[in-house]
Ligand binder design. Structure first.
Ligand code: NDP
Length: 479
């Protein structure tokens, strides 16, 4: 199926007249073409967004809220169609797309549809000076949203929903690897009554279409989720133009397991936090540190559970692990397994491609557990973003805290312990934007979401996102 850009409320062929192939990861076949939009396409989208901004920025909060909630309802009504499209495009199990990706995309619109009605500006009385200050929070204008392939519609809408709720008009680009659900979203927005030009969805390569969005001099802000090196490139281009930037980047998250934890809960969750979505979630705990007293037991139990995971076709209801997103990505992940072995890592299970009958050219890989001797090896320092985790033992709190922080990333950490003092110590000292204690990936959309160090700049979620997508202006009145 060939897809088109969604600009000014309509599906449009690209002015560039260029296309790239869209692959189905489950069988390795091309199943459609997507536009490779160029600067002219972005200019067209920009002009449509700019025209729409005049009235959208003045649309009442109730009306904006009503439209966002309508989009949410329409997504829910089309759950099966969207989930299937996401699963085919990305390779993720249909069960995951149905239970997580699409419901969460719908929640993003509902959440920000509600949040904008509660978003308040600050006021400061200057006591003794007979003056009062209040802060206007005005929309920025036309903003750019660029999202990755791992949670396609989930992360795409996580940016778009707050941007339009706050009164901006948007030019958004999904990953060229997974464009399908973003394409389908256009029609839903039209049906929900979103005025023409408020949301413009353009498709194409990061280096063409993404770059053109970032380089556009009048696009006021860029909200980006993706790899750290892409984020650095975007910052280099955008910073001299003084664009607002929100960068959600890579991770190499520690999963720290103490012997006093609730073992069964930890084990079951650790299988999920390692391999959900084929390990292609920025929050996956890819470095597992286990207290020495339970290390051997954990190793045995964990490997046994991982071996039970079924790698299979994404649409097969019994599949736990689907296909990786693309051939280049599969090759990248495999190259890291080789690097780990060369550095002395011991493969405890997995490591090989899987042939799924009838889909022999799909990108399937066994979930892989590697025992490593130290944290300085490349497999523990670099983001693999696939179904590969490492395990190693530790003996003291101090040691594991040092290991956890000894990495350039700082997105999230998971801690398994029932010791309150330890929980507080680690919460204070872990150099990450998010710490989960005795749980993984429990998301409350009001909380600040994002990373420290090379995992990003800025926070998404709740009022943080609405603050990002508005410009504060202080008014001081003397009376
Ligand atoms: P990339 O950085 O390759 O791409 C992300 C997006 O940026 C895609 O839409 C891509 O387009 C686009 N892009 C690529 N180059 C440019 C450019 N020069 N200018 C503008 N846009 C560009 O990341 P992946 O898609 O490979 O996603 C995986 C990465 O995302 C991992 O590092 C992961 O950790 C991170 N991530 C971070 C999250 C967080 O919240 N911190 C959450 C989820 C993922 P195209 O794909 O078409 O090339």
């Amino acid at each position: 199926m060939n897809i088109q850009n969604y600009i000014n409320g309509d599906y449009q062929l690209p002015i560039s007249n260029e296309y790239v192939d869209n692959y189905n990861p489950s069988n390795g076949e091309v199943y459609g073409k997507i536009p490779n939009s160029n600067t002219e396409d972005i200019e067209y989208a920009y002009n449509s967004a700019k025209s729409a901004f005049r009235s959208w920025s003045k649309t009442t909060l109730e009306e904006r809220s009503r439209i966002l909630i309508k989009i949410s309802e329409l997504l829910e009504a089309n759950l099966e169609r969207f989930a299937k499209a996401e699963s085919i495009d990305n390779g993720k199990p249909l069960s995951l797309a149905t239970s997580i990706d699409i419901p969460r995309a719908a929640s993003n619109f509902r959440f920000f549809g509600n949040a904008i009605t509660q978003f308040a500006s600050e006021s400061h009385e200057s006591v003794g000076l007979n003056a009062v200050n209040f802060t206007l929070r005005q929309p920025l204008g036309v903003v750019g949203c660029i999202s990755p392939w791992n949670l396609p519609l989930y992360l795409f809408t996580w940016k778009i929903a707050p941007a339009i709720a706050a009164g901006n008009c948007v030019i958004a680009k999904p990953s060229e690897v997974t464009p399908m659900t973003a394409y389908l979203l256009g029609k839903i927005c039209t049906e929900a009554g979103l005025p023409k030009g408020v949301l413009n969805i353009v498709h194409g390569l990061g280096t063409t279409t993404g770059q053109a969005i970032v380089e556009h001099p009048n696009i006021k802000a860029i909200s980006f989720t993706g790899g750290t090196s892409t984020g650095a490139n975007i910052a280099r281009v955008a910073a001299p133009m003084f664009k607002k930037l929100s960068l959600e980047l890579g991770g190499k998250n520690p999963n720290i397991i103490f012997s006093d934890c609730d073992y069964d809960k930890m084990l079951e969750t650790t299988v999920r936090s390692s391999f959900a979505n084929q390990g292609q979630i920025c929050l996956c705990g890819s470095r597992i540190f286990v207290e020495a007293s339970i290390y051997e037991k954990f190793k045995k139990d964990f490997v046994q559970k991982v071996k039970q995971l079924k790698v299979g076709h994404p649409l097969d209801a019994s599949t736990n692990i689907g296909a990786l997103v693309s051939k280049p990505h599969l090759e990248k992940v495999e190259s890291y397994i080789k690097i780990a072995e060369d550095e002395g890592g011991k493969i405890l299970c997995g490591g090989l491609e899987v042939t799924v009958e009838g889909f022999e050219n799909g990108y399937y890989l066994q979930p892989t557990v590697i025992e490593v001797q130290n944290n300085s090896c490349r497999i523990n320092q670099e983001e693999v973003f696939g179904p590969v985790v490492t395990i190693m033992p530790f003996t003291t709190d101090k040691e594991v805290l040092r290991l956890a922080n000894d990495v350039k990333y700082g997105l999230s950490a998971t801690l398994w312990t029932n010791n309150l003092n330890r929980t507080m110590q680690f919460s204070q000292k872990l150099q990450t934007g998010i710490v989960w204690v005795n749980i993984w990936m429990l998301r409350d959309l009001r909380t600040p979401f994002g990373g420290a160090k090379e995992s990003g700049v800025g926070r998404e979620g709740g009022f943080e996102a609405l603050r990002f997508f508005t410009e504060p202006k202080n008014i001081c009145i003397k009376y």
